[in-house]
Design a protein around this ligand. Structure first.
Ligand code: ATP
Length: 206
């Protein structure tokens, strides 16, 4: 597991996205306070994060957008190309297949898995769906390290344990279940309802 703080990585990902937008708009230079404003983080944090990735802007011209974007990408990356699998091609899984593969050219969902015979051997948003029974072999043969889980909660732990046993060490978990896995497995929990309930609570003035 890499030692850099998770929050720093989260911020770097946001800067990278904002810098990508600036590049699209042909903006060549950006000051730290502008990047702070765009990303929603305080300027001092932005400056510190960018120094951490080894990029120093000039006080007169700010940061060069293209150089900074490349510097952050190199820092975050990740090999040239990361192959990811998705397990559970239900409504959420299919939406993720549709969404994710248009986002980052270096990260691709290359296969999906499901237990429903009506879904296997079909292509959803360009991704072939295999039977879940073949997932362990697939992971080993293709050296897959990252998986997205969008099965019902009741199935999540079993699936997670199996894929970790086969070599996966990073999981994006869209189920409400807190997965029990070895410490060296990185888990990102993205339970939609938890997020929604939290927002509802705070909006309610709680
Ligand atoms: P749909 O109506 O298309 O089935 P859904 O979103 O209601 O979608 P869920 O019940 O949430 O479906 O299940 C998500 C997906 O996970 C489904 O496609 C289901 O077939 C699949 N699934 C359930 N159990 C497993 C399992 N053990 N292994 C792999 N996939 C599974």
């Amino acid at each position: 597991m890499k030692s850099i703080a998770e929050n720093t990585i989260n911020r770097l990902i946001v800067y990278k996205k904002e810098l990508g937008r600036l590049l699209k708009d042909s903006v060549s230079n950006v000051y730290s306070h502008k990047l702070a404003q765009l990303s929603g983080f305080p300027s001092h944090l932005v400056r510190r994060d960018l120094m951490n990735v080894g990029y120093y802007g000039s006080p007169a011209h700010g940061y060069k957008v293209n150089e900074l974007e490349k510097c952050i990408s190199d820092f975050l990356c990740t090999p040239d190309y990361v192959r990811v699998i998705l397990i559970g091609v239900g409504n959420l899984g299919r939406a993720i297949l549709d969404y994710c593969n248009q986002q980052n050219p270096k990260i691709s969902i290359i296969a999906a898995f499901d237990s429903d015979k009506n879904k296997v051997n079909k292509i959803y948003h360009g991704i072939y769906t295999f039977h879940i029974g073949s997932v362990q072999n697939y992971i080993k043969e293709n050296d897959i390290k990252v998986a997205i889980i969008t099965v019902p909660g009741s199935e999540a732990q079993k699936i997670a344990s199996e894929i970790v046993e086969s070599g996966v060490n990073g999981i994006v978990n869209f189920t409400p279940v807190r997965l029990q896995l070895p410490d060296d497995v990185y888990i990102e929990n993205l339970d939609m309802m938890l997020g929604l309930e939290k927002v509802v609570y705070f909006v309610d003035g709680g």
